[in-house]
Design a protein around this ligand. Structure first.
Ligand code: ATP
Ligand code: MG
Length: 393
């Protein structure tokens, strides 16, 4: 048992000693059975939240209405969630009602895929009520129960399914696939932030082509903001089979490039991504378009950042286009400043020195100085900069 589980074993045992059932559940059990590294360990129990809180000295209510109590024990934090069912789905997003139950079997029934519906007992026994072990062995992603109902209850499961395919290299079981395709229009009702998280994980996964190919096969793009140009999206699949995106910026940047976006800002706004992410993608797109026309300059490096340029070169390499990684390294070595703040003379100093009043003149001059320094035509040195000012005023 990996350390994440063995550390959490005392929690399970304490709950059992209090007369309740407790198991490890969810993705960490799946990942351990697949020999993958695990992150969060989830614990499910027959004890109700109030009962769980009585068992432990230190707990925090982090989602009592969903049955989750955070247990602080032995220096660790463990999410302990009461067995529950999610019965009524009114808006296709989240259950309108969760009911706490005492039976593990009912809790496993509400889970999305058979490989996510295991429970692991403290004696190492795997409880597999939905044939998840067989599906793991055969690398099949299959919805628990009636797939059509499951995607109808919560359409985010469609995106989760595509993501698991991309991460695990699994095949969608045929009825699961057919139901995903039949219910795909319900994606329009899911919050875009949650879709973004899943699509982002899909695109940056090892087997993204498989996940993305399935996404296009069920026509999910028709229900994603500004994604409807299927032909453009299919071009992504022309990248070599073994190509993996370095990060989200590269993946989304290339995708937006194929969709014909110049800076991507309009689309990314609809996807409600962070400003920081949007800016990085815009820089990538600018770099990509620039590189199609010419080699990078020191100004490109300064304005777009080294990582944007490298991400572009990597994509060029993947497409067997000529690359120039060395040039970026060379430009980076020569670049005197990474930011305006690093210019050794401040605008105020120039104004005092040459008796310039505030206004556009100083702004223009300072911008010119910045450019000359970036281009390597002016040294970032007090005497040089003042001499430059004198010559240009
Ligand atoms: P990850 O590796 O991304 O954490 P995960 O399978 O653990 O994947 P979580 O979102 O952490 O996913 O959810 C934990 C478990 O809760 C899942 O394994 C699954 O059993 C259940 N679950 C999560 N989201 C859903 C959903 N939308 N519908 C049904 N079950 C879900
Ligand atoms: Mg998880």
């Amino acid at each position: 048992l990996p350390v994440e589980f063995s550390n959490a074993l005392p929690i399970l045992q304490k709950i059992r000693n209090a007369g309740y059932e407790a198991y490890f559940v969810g993705g960490s059990v799946r990942d351990v059975l697949l020999n993958r590294t695990i992150h969060d360990v989830d614990i499910a129990t027959s004890s109700y939240p109030a009962e769980t809180k009585q068992i432990f000295d230190h707990t925090i209510d982090i989602g009592i209405e969903h049955g989750t109590v955070l247990v602080l024990e032995n220096g660790g934090e463990y999410e302990v969630t009461t067995f529950r069912t999610e019965d009524v789905y009114v808006d296709y997003r989240r259950p309108s009602h969760v009911t706490f139950v005492r039976q593990l079997s009912e809790d496993l029934l509400r889970r999305d895929f058979t490989i996510n519906a295991f429970a692991l007992a403290d004696d190492g026994q795997v409880i597999d009520l939905h044939g998840g072990l067989a599906d793991l062995n055969n690398q099949i992603l299959r919805a628990v129960g009636n797939p059509s109902e499951r995607f109808n209850e919560d359409a985010l499961r469609i995106m989760r399914g595509l993501r698991f395919v991309a991460v695990l290299n699994f095949e969608l079981e045929s009825e699961t696939f057919a139901s995903m395709a039949a219910q795909v229009h319900l994606l329009a009702k899911i919050s875009i932030e949650r879709i973004f998280i899943e699509l982002d994980k899909l695109l940056t996964a090892e087997f993204w082509q498989k996940g993305f190919g399935n996404l296009l096969a069920i026509k999910a793009e028709q229900y994603l903001p500004d994604f409807s140009d299927s032909t453009a999206l299919h071009v992504l699949l022309d990248l070599p089979n073994d190509f993996k995106f370095t990060n989200s910026v590269q993946a989304w940047g290339y995708l937006l490039y194929q969709l014909g976006h110049v800076d991507g800002k309009i689309l990314l706004k609809k996807w409600k991504v962070s400003r920081e992410f949007s800016l990085s993608v815009t820089n990538f797109l600018t770099a990509y378009r620039t590189r199609l026309a010419r080699d990078f300059s020191s100004e490109d490096l300064y304005h777009l950042g080294q990582s944007s340029l490298i991400l572009v070169e990597e994509l060029f390499a993947a497409q067997n286009l000529e690359t120039n990684f060395e040039q970026i390294t060379e430009l980076d070595k020569q670049l005197q400043i990474r930011h305006k703040k690093e210019i050794v003379v401040k605008a105020g100093q120039i104004m005092t020195e040459f008796a310039i009043k505030p206004g556009p003149e100083i702004g223009k001059l300072f911008h010119q100085i910045e450019l000359e320094i970036v281009r390597g035509q002016l040294k970032n040195d007090v005497a040089d900069i003042l001499a430059y000012c004198k010559a240009h005023l």
